[in-house]
Write a protein of this length. Structure first.
Length: 691
């Protein structure tokens, strides 16, 4: 969904995005299972999850094993994926509404991954371990982190989690690794706001490298690099710098001369003018190296077999009253969803606009945004917050009272998913929002403590995956909330949001017990159902009307090719330009728009050796004339070191739309060109990975 910038419009592909499905079943009771999905999307989503559950019902009785209780839909939190598929109005606004094509691609791709995982189930075992990963993340809101109790901070070496946690899936018969899940907190914001190519960001890079590396020993290996307590993390590890002066941004509110726009986080290769591409690859590479290091070490310990269980229910956070999990004598409550002024200030990964800054609370009389009457008018237009809501959300100055805004349909969720999964001693917190570093630590610690009451758990392992199932923005600690930087301002349900999530998950931990333990409990109520807005969502996205080639040209004609007389080497960028058509005519799922082909002189056959899932092959589309309905496509290949020498060409696959609506496939070929390099690279990655 990019950076919620209406001007950031997609122009092509750097990398295909995937769904990766992982199923764990109890070998003594195969009906007891959990399904963990990792989507290369910004988050899970209410309507996407419901679409997946509905699709599973349509697949028949074999798939009745997968229900609302045991299906977790997590997102890697990439900010370089398509938009317009989320359930609620607020995130739809900057994408001009809802796009059913994008929504269905996510749902159907997830279902295909689940089917393949289900059909490939085999006896196996799990191994779990962790290592320390440095230089791959920093805290982008250290000022807010420092608001947490000093004694609590002293328990930890870093102000972000550096623990890289990995779960390995191995086949029982021969111990061949089949797949892995990892959890490491780093925002999917390596690619900057000026990037317009679809990609899986740094976790997409890590998965690409891992699956490629494992292909020779385990051809169907699936690498899920899941997100963790990501809220206040950043991949821009050199920190935020004022672009106009080169000086550090202000510590308290990340501004430069009082403005947020010049304050931008810098990745490890920020000097490259490539929209963050090299930095993205480096942060992904570090996660890949951490995973490879664990796979080749003795740090992974085989988990004992045990209970596989789960629970899920919905909870309204509007005026939810509960006992604090951190102080049993304290009664707390949450609020209807609202976003504060600092939400509009953005972050150092993607600064906001106008006169908003981070760290704006309701006592900041000098805040330009609070003094601007236009923002108060805009707030009233959405929904004027009541005095009770203002008091509940304090010290957050409410900009958007989204929980009470339901015209033309719900703007943001008041109803949230509460879900935990269990596989023996391993517990999965399925977080619907972006927990900050300290929020994640407290939550995991609480679940670990509560889980010791369950039979079979002496040494619990707890991971946190999210944002999952829905998108409830952020989950800051109460202390961080009081500071009202971006993360606190985006904590929807007030200062007690984290405490509510901890209460709701730990209070129902007994439902993760074995069958005998759960049989003695009352049935768990499903809770209030959230709205599904797929069929009522607005859309102002213009559909494809017509494609035409220029005069005296036809679709697929090659307009520009790499030099045939030169020898092209490693690190060189070769490209071809073609007469093109709108790629939305056919998403070519499990296929490709672009390919690199190599000639075999012995068999006189051209073989595809790269497709558009490859990081080094990009597909770019440009509408050259809206009036004439013409467009061009550029395919670029950065030749990797070690590419096998020989004769190559670039291949374009397109689909054009006629005036009557008929869609016709076509192809285009570049001239041939020579590449000189070392040993051959391995084959392509498929469009949907599974386990």
């Amino acid at each position: 969904m990019g950076y919620a910038d209406a001007d950031q419009i997609g122009t092509g592909l750097r990398q295909r995005i995937y769904c990766r499905a992982f199923i764990i079943a109890d070998p003594t009771d195969v009906q007891s299972r959990i399904l963990y999905l990792v989507l290369d999307t910004q988050s899970g989503d209410t309507a996407v999850r419901q679409g997946i559950l509905d699709g599973l019902k349509r697949l028949g009785t074999d798939y009745a094993l997968y229900t609302k209780d045991n299906v977790a839909v997590t997102g890697t939190h990439s900010h370089s994926g398509p938009a317009a598929w989320l359930n609620y109005l607020l995130p739809q606004i900057t994408s001009k509404g809802f796009d059913k094509q994008s929504y269905e691609a996510i749902v159907n791709g997830s279902l295909a991954a689940i089917q393949r995982a289900h059909e490939s189930l085999t006896p196996g075992y799990l191994s779990f371990g962790n290592s320390t990963l440095l230089d791959a993340n920093i805290n982008r809101s250290p000022y807010a982190y420092l608001a947490n109790p000093a004694a609590e901070q002293e328990r930890y070496e870093y102000d972000v989690d550096k623990s890289f946690e990995l779960l390995l899936f191995s086949r029982a018969s021969d111990s061949v690794p089949l797949g892995m899940l990892s959890w490491f907190p780093v925002h999917g914001t390596s690619l900057y706001e000026n990037n317009t190519l679809i990609a899986g960001d740094n976790k997409g890079v890590a998965a690409y490298l891992m699956e490629k590396a494992m292909r020779s020993s385990s051809p169907d290996f699936v690498a899920g690099f899941s997100q963790a307590n990501v809220g206040d993390t950043s991949p821009n590890t050199l920190g935020p710098i004022c672009q106009d002066t080169g000086l550090p941004c202000t510590f308290e509110n990340s501004t430069c001369g009082g403005k947020t726009q010049p304050c931008q986080g810098r990745g490890p290769f920020f000097r490259a003018i490539d929209s963050g591409t090299k930095s993205c690859f480096e942060i992904g590479r570090l996660q890949y190296e951490a995973a490879r290091g664990l796979l080749g070490s003795n740090s992974l310990q085989r988990l004992p077999t045990g209970t596989v269980s789960s629970f899920h229910f919905f909870q309204s956070m509007d005026a939810f009253t509960f006992t604090s999990p951190f102080n049993q004598s304290e009664l707390l409550s949450t609020c209807s969803a609202a976003l504060g002024y600092s939400f509009a200030g953005g972050t150092t990964d993607g600064p906001g606009a106008f006169d908003f800054t981070q760290g704006t609370n309701d006592t900041d009389e000098d805040s330009p945004a609070l003094q601007n009457p236009l923002w108060k008018l805009a707030r009233a237009f959405v929904h004027q917050p009541s005095l009770e809501q203002i008091k509940c959300q304090a010290p957050k100055p409410i900009l958007l009272d989204v929980g009470s805004a339901d015209e033309p349909y719900a703007w943001s969720p008041n109803i949230v998913d509460i879900q935990l999964l269990r596989a023996g001693p391993l517990l999965f917190i399925i977080s619907p929002g972006e927990a900050t570093t300290m929020s994640g630590r407290r939550w995991k610690e609480a679940i670990a403590s509560a889980s010791r009451s369950l039979e079979g758990i002496e040494d619990p392992k707890v991971v946190l995956g999210g944002p999952a199932n829905s998108y409830t923005h952020y989950i800051a600690t109460a202390e961080e909330y009081s500071v009202q930087r971006y993360e606190g301002a985006s904590t929807l349900y007030g200062r007690n949001t984290l405490a509510a999530y901890v209460n709701l998950t730990s209070s129902y931990i007994a439902y993760l017990g074995n069958k005998n333990e759960v049989a003695s409990l009352p049935p768990l109520a499903p809770g209030p159902q959230p709205p599904i807005n797929v069929n009522r969502s607005l859309s102002f996205i213009t559909g494809v009307v017509l494609d035409l080639p220029p005069l005296l040209r036809k679709f697929g004609d090659c307009l520009q090719s790499p030099s045939a007389s030169m020898i092209h080497g490693a690190g060189e960028l070769v490209s071809s330009k073609f007469v093109g058509a709108n790629p939305r005519n056919n998403l070519r799922l499990e296929s490709t728009y672009a390919a690199v082909e190599k000639y075999n002189p012995v068999s006189d056959v051209w073989t595809q050796v790269r497709n558009d899932s490859d990081w080094y092959l990009t597909f770019k589309w440009n509408r050259t004339s809206t009036l004439l309905a013409t467009s061009e496509v550029v395919i670029e290949w950065e030749i990797e070191p070690g590419t096998e020498p020989g004769l190559y060409r670039l291949h374009y696959y397109g689909d054009s739309k006629a005036i009557g609506g008929d869609i016709t496939p076509f192809e285009g070929l570049s001239n041939t060109f020579n590449v000189d390099g070392g040993s051959a690279q391995s084959e392509i990655v498929g469009d949907l990975m599974f386990m």
